[in-house]
Design a protein around this ligand. Structure first.
Ligand SMILES: [Cu+2]
Length: 471
């Protein structure tokens, strides 16, 4: 063989190996990056509606959520096929008072089965909306529960085994606000849409005709070049008051976000997944893995710049258009709530959850999800210590957001060290980096079968989930 031919052969084999390793779609995405949206044609940030309670009794709420297909105009003049609850994309906000009885009629108008899971809500296993509560097309599911947990920003989304990632990507997600005596009493911005703003953050790819370009390879989902907030492409928000409360949800399938302000100003975190922190915490960046939430207060007082952006790493994702005459705001309370450590008995039950992933799929304790199998038996009202370990795996690129249903837990440690201040409140999802071990204190107050899983939705759909029964 001539030197030239040998060289060509080696080059071709090298290209083949690269393509097999990284997947065609990943390479395509790398090549086309930079031809994305940039920052142009700004749209006012969409505000989800607050769902109307159809019951006049102040202690009972009757809600209706209809999962259906629709069309959404993200890009001017182009229609995108989407899914939504009661609308074409995303869903309304369920605003629930602590102590209230909630009846929900969930109707499935999709052509495929779905479920509706209340992420972060403490309810019986049968009301939880996991993979075991499937709703066939044209059928309804009518969960009913009393909400008894602190004020928090939670969310809802489908959880049907194997199709969750697709249904969430196309639009099925919504927020739940729980309010209680503490949240009502605190000095905080609480005027919805004015100074209390939801931010449902998602990455998306679009095709030329406007449709979503949801692509996966053996590596996982192809990261979106466009960040949309509340379903708005290139959004802006008019700021007319000094202090604005942002309730941020990472509703992406697999992207990890690192938020900051373009002027690098600090802001204050006031809540994590399960509710308020004890005190506001000042910070310059906040990271959220898929499924995680945080509430932050941004103070725009004394800014010379009239344009400040919310950033994800180095990318602008939301423009704050700041008014000339900002309405002055109240001072935020210095103490928000009291968080008691979840009480623990002598010799608590300890469990270990080993996370291992291979590109788009993964296992927990070496097992893929099996609907017929109960992986752990847990006693009700008994605090346990769960150790979650990420041992990496083949083609492992990042960490796993580990979500436990039916509880709000407390993080004891990350690799033996106390968690950062923003993680010392209640959590239902914790990001576990490669090689890291996270210990949590967990207790269940309701009975039934629940899930624990990775909240990278492609991992979840491809087996990275287990079941436990509380009794
Ligand atoms: Cu994962």
């Amino acid at each position: 063989m001539s030197k030239n031919k040998k060289f060509t052969l080696i080059t071709m084999i090298a290209i083949l190996v690269i393509v097999i390793l990284f997947g065609f779609t990943q390479i395509y995405s790398l090549v086309t990056k930079g031809f994305g949206f940039g920052w142009k044609s700004l749209n006012p940030l969409e505000m989800p509606v607050i769902l109307e309670d159809k019951n006049n009794d102040p202690n009972i709420a009757d809600y209706e959520l209809i999962a259906k297909e629709g069309e959404t105009e993200f890009i001017e003049g182009l229609k995108t096929d989407t899914l939504g609850y009661n609308g074409s994309y995303l869903g309304p906000i369920l605003r629930i008072k602590r102590g209230e009885k909630v009846n929900i009629s969930v109707k499935n108008q999709l052509e495929v089965p779905t479920t509706l899971h209340w992420h972060g809500l403490l309810v019986d296993g049968e009301q939880d909306g996991g993979p075991l509560q499937g709703i066939e097309p044209k059928q309804s599911w009518n969960p009913s529960f009393i909400v008894n947990q602190p004020a928090a920003t939670l969310w809802y989304h489908p959880h049907f085994a194997g199709t969750t990632a697709n249904q969430v990507y196309f639009g099925l997600s919504g927020l739940i606000y729980i309010e209680d005596e503490i949240s009502n009493k605190l000095e905080l911005p609480k005027e919805y849409g004015v100074n209390d703003i939801p931010l449902i953050v998602q990455d998306r790819n679009f095709q030329k005709d406007g449709n979503f370009d949801y692509r996966t390879s053996m590596m996982g989902v192809v990261p979106g070049e466009v960040i949309i907030i509340n379903g708005t492409v290139n959004p802006y928000l008019e700021i007319s008051e000094e202090k604005i409360r942002l309730r941020v949800l990472n509703a992406s399938n697999s992207e990890y976000f690192k938020f900051s302000l373009s002027n690098n100003d600090s802001f204050q975190q006031i809540a994590s997944d399960g509710g308020f922190l004890e005190k506001p915490i000042s910070m310059n960046t906040i990271s959220l893995a898929p499924g995680e939430r945080a509430e932050i207060i941004v103070d725009f007082k004394g800014n010379d710049e009239k344009k400040i952006f919310l950033m994800n790493d180095n990318m602008k994702i939301l423009e704050f258009k700041i008014s000339e005459n900002l309405k002055s705001s109240i001072e935020i309370d210095k103490t928000l709530t009291t968080i008691e450590e979840i009480a623990i008995g002598d010799n608590p039950v300890q469990r270990e959850f080993v996370l291992e992933s291979m590109g788009i799929s993964g296992t927990i304790n070496g097992k893929y999800y099996n609907m017929e199998r109960i992986d752990e038996e847990v006693n009700i009202n008994e605090t346990e210590i769960w150790a979650i370990r990420n041992i990496g795996g083949m083609m492992q690129t990042g960490g796993h957001p580990f979500h436990i249903h039916g509880t709000q837990f407390q993080i004891i440690s990350r690799d033996g060290k106390k968690p950062p201040l923003g993680e010392r409140g209640f959590k239902d999802t914790v990001f576990v980096r490669v090689g890291e071990e996270v210990l949590v204190r967990v207790r269940f107050k309701y009975k039934g079968i629940y899930m624990y899983h990775c909240h990278i939705l492609e991992h979840e759909d491809n087996g990275m989930m287990g079941q436990f029964e509380v009794q």
